[in-house]
Design a protein around this ligand. Structure first.
Ligand SMILES: [Cu+2]
Length: 156
């Protein structure tokens, strides 16, 4: 009987030790457990990230340049109109209509040039007027530029 009693006494001790160990493990796991709220934080961060991604697109929309569309007619040997005025940063779209002869439209400073086109044809060139100043546009065909087939682009 006595050995059984000591065994019964030992069992509660072992059980207590086991409980302490289990409780200790629970505490160990419960400490990392509060890190589960950070999981929701990361979810919140993801939401914030989405918002942060949305903001740059909004600023990109704000930086979309103002578009200025100009139609210019070319003939021998002039441009009509021969003056274009835009603002710095404008996206300039030049629709060049050739109504007589062989001509093109070029502005060296903005690397802008249409194809050489013949009577009745139209070609379009676009560029960003990213610097202020007064620039000459001209027709590069033959001696047309010397013959006065020029105009002025003013970027202000
Ligand atoms: Cu010309």
């Amino acid at each position: 009987m006595e050995p059984e009693a000591t065994k019964k006494q030992n069992f509660p001790y072992l059980a207590l030790v086991l409980i302490l160990v289990v409780v200790g493990i629970y505490f160990l796991f419960n400490k990392p457990a509060p890190k589960t709220p950070p999981v929701t934080n990361t979810v919140a961060n993801n939401v914030i990230n989405v918002e942060e991604e949305a903001e740059p697109t909004a600023t990109e929309e704000e930086t979309v340049p103002n578009e200025v569309k100009v139609t210019i007619e070319g003939s021998s040997f002039k441009f009509v109109p021969n003056v274009i005025t835009v603002k710095v940063g404008d996206k300039v779209i030049v629709e060049f209509k050739n109504i007589d002869g062989f001509h093109d439209f070029q502005i060296d400073e903005f690397n802008a040039a249409t194809k050489v086109i013949k009577t009745g044809e139209t070609d379009t060139v676009e560029f960003i007027a990213d610097k202020a100043g007064t620039f000459e546009f001209y027709c590069s065909v033959g001696e047309h530029r010397k013959m006065g087939m020029v105009g002025t682009l003013t970027v202000e």
